[in-house]
Design a protein around this ligand. Structure first.
Ligand code: S3P
Length: 449
């Protein structure tokens, strides 16, 4: 158990660890290039180490150049094997190559897109107990439509077996708004005959498109229609063409907004707080929480630097009164990993905060509708689960108690922030789960107290 007592104000400056989503992509797409790419500030966490292990299992080289400038990162040189490298290097006299994805859902969903389109070769992707509960039919289905040979357990769960095949481009309308599925299909599109198109039901994070475009892929995005009132962005269709090669150079990974979000929300709900977070990624497809906080009346200021491949900047958060808000499905993907924090904010807001259209939360590292609602209810929250979200009524804060992280990193960090803002403190069981995305979380948090 790790104890988080009610705290005085959170004050000070912080740089969050590097972005997890961009780190996974930098390593994977870096391995698709021919030559060596420099990754500055690669997240040094359990999940992103799984991706480096996968890169090595496929024949890529990873050189650790040392700690990066900011906290929680390392600088890497990744020497790629080329877009068609996994197939070319496959030893047909041996069994399928085993890839252990650990706990990394992003790796589990992105890598099949690259492997499925190798004309030859065989791979099996598997991971820990939690990964074995994460659905992969969402990527198997579009890949099969493209001509891939994919098998999964009970038709929907890992292990996922792939045999390299020739793919053809498809036009795929995603039934769920998932950046992981979109990325998988786009990576497969690099190897497929003809154009591949993916239409999103609501905007999702676009790190894959940005990095592929920067490294020479022919990828373009059209905005189809705008959802005017619900807080989401335009629905988009992304088109990618077959590529012969990718030419990578340098990626600078900004700080992870999803990690910074815990400190932002902590500063918003702990009385007297003022926290400035610098060097944080501000990609518009990641910062839905800022719009939600704005509607809740939170005192947040953003200072954005001129954009390179990925926008970044600083955020200043101060404590203040909050009003309830509604978060609809269109906005959900832009704040998907921050919705547990919206539940916590709702405990401190005037009125009832309702999140709907967030059924996807049930398929994260834990069933985050159940674990967040049960976890916060046990701490005294007036919160109820719905099929696709939750409703939480502010009751002037939280009492406290204990919360089991259920091996979900974001639940562990939620418990810690809840503890600081509570009246009686919170004991978190399984705090070490935080290291999946934010290894220095506890030290960073305690430094602000
Ligand atoms: C991620 C996309 C999101 C998010 C996950 C990381 C990514 O999942 O929840 O933590 O890096 O693409 P989905 O877009 O599949 O919901």
């Amino acid at each position: 158990m790790t104890r988080f007592d009610p705290s005085g104000p959170l004050r000070g400056d912080l740089r969050p660890p590097p972005d997890k989503s961009i780190s996974h992509r930098a390593a994977l797409i870096g391995t698709m290039t021919e030559g060596t790419v420099e990754v500055t500030g690669y997240l040094d966490s359990a999940d992103t180490r799984s991706t480096l292990d996968a890169v090595r299992a496929l024949g890529g080289q990873v050189e650790d150049v040392g700690p990066s400038d900011g906290p929680g990162g390392i600088d890497l040189h990744i020497t790629g094997i080329g877009l068609r490298g996994p197939g070319e290097r496959f030893d047909a006299t041996r069994e399928a190559v085993a890839v252990d994805v650990g706990n990394a859902g992003t790796l589990l969903r992105l890598l099949p897109g690259w492997l499925a389109g190798q004309g030859t070769g065989a791979w099996v992707l598997d991971g820990d107990d939690s990964i074995r509960r994460r659905p992969v039919d969402r990527v198997a289905e579009p890949l099969r439509e493209m001509g891939a040979k994919v098998e999964c357990r009970d038709g929907r769960l890992p292990p996922l077996e792939l045999i390299g095949a020739s793919l053809r481009g498809i036009s795929y309308r995603m039934p769920i708004a998932s950046a992981q599925v979109k990325s998988c299909v786009l990576l497969a599109g690099l190897l497929a005959e003809g154009d591949t198109q993916v239409t999103e039901p609501a905007p999702t994070r676009d790190h894959t498109e940005r990095l592929l475009a920067a490294w020479g892929a022919d990828v373009s995005t059209e905005e189809l229609r705008t959802l005017p009132t619900l807080g989401g962005g335009p629905v988009r269709r992304i088109t990618i063409r077959r590529a012969e090669r990718l030419t990578g150079a340098v990626v600078q990974v900004p700080g992870d907004f999803s990690s910074a979000a815990f400190m932002l929300v902590g500063a918003t709900i702990v009385e007297g707080s003022r926290v400035r977070i610098a060097g944080v990624g501000l990609n518009p497809t990641r910062i839905g929480l800022l719009g939600i906080l704005h509607r809740m009346g939170a005192a947040i200021e953003v200072d954005e630097h001129p954009e390179s491949v990925e926008a970044s900047g600083a955020i200043l958060a101060r404590h203040g009164p909050l009003e309830a808000t509604r978060v609809h499905g269109e906005e959900v993907p832009l704040a998907i990993d921050e919705l547990p924090l919206v539940a916590l904010l709702g405990c401190f807001a005037e009125g009832t905060t309702v999140v709907s259209g967030a059924e996807e939360l049930r398929h994260k590292e834990s069933d985050r509708i159940a674990t967040v609602v049960d976890g916060l209810a046990a701490l005294g929250a007036d919160i109820e689960a719905t099929e696709d979200g939750f409703a939480v009524t502010g009751a002037g804060g939280l009492r406290g108690g204990s919360l089991d992280a259920q091996r979900d990193h974001r639940l562990a960090m939620l418990g810690a922030i809840a503890g600081l803002a509570s009246r009686e403190g919170v004991d978190v069981a399984g705090m070490d789960a935080a290291a999946v995305s934010y290894p220095g979380f506890e030290a960073d948090l305690r430094a602000l107290i």
